[in-house]
Design a protein around this ligand. Sequence first.
Ligand code: KIV
Length: 273
Amino acid sequence: MSAQNQVRRMTVPEIMARKGKVPVVCLTAYDAPTAAILDEHCDLILVGDSVGMVVHGLTSTVGVTLDMMILHGQAVMRTAKKALVVVDLPFGSYEDSPITAFKNASRVMMETGCQAVKIESGSYAAETISYLTERGIPVMSHVGLRPQSMNVLGGFRARGRTKEVADEIIENAIAAAKAGSFAVVVEGVSEDLADKVTKAVSIPTIGIGASPNCDGQVLVTPDMLGLFDWTPKFVKKYGDLKGLIETCARNYAKEVKARSFPSDEFTYKFKKK
Ligand code: KIV
């Protein structure tokens, strides 16, 4: 394909310019065929470490490795041509120092070709965000319910019920924005708190279990497709993928047992020479 025919990809400055304007559409993807379908509809595709739970069957994101993120990032980058692709840095790959974070984030960028990384941003994160950004790695932050901290937080409950915690979430978002993050995911907080975060920062807020007033929204794609019986309160199921897979598998099993599949239409019959 010549450079002229290439689809133009969304850029970090274009996402930043959406603050207070048309909401940023974001979904997660972990594989090439899904990314190919979502690309048309999304401004931003997140290769989230939720992959550990929704693809690999882990009970949290804590067991997700850098190699897993790179493998799924590469798959998504093969077919996502228009959306900005952001890959999560997994637990243990960025928290201890900006240097470790740069080593791992640069590996993710170089081996996947993605445009940015995401980190869960507690009070420790500002130094790392500016270190990465100054060295050419755009960073999306993640505040509120931070799934990688579920062992400290005691689970996946919505956050910010006390003034102290709510203030801390706002401060984390402000610190992330000041340090150079280009956007911030706000997860699992009250609508009111999400609105305060959106007002407090000059970068787009991307809500998940947050508020319609955020500057964009993200959902975990298998959740919104209806692949699982249980999902968090904030997930709207836009389809019934579980039901569809069940129906297809049931019909297939019935036809295999009845020897009605494969019928003539699906078998090769070569003429004898
Ligand atoms: O890993 C993920 O999918 C995420 C979203 C929930 C924002 O971080």
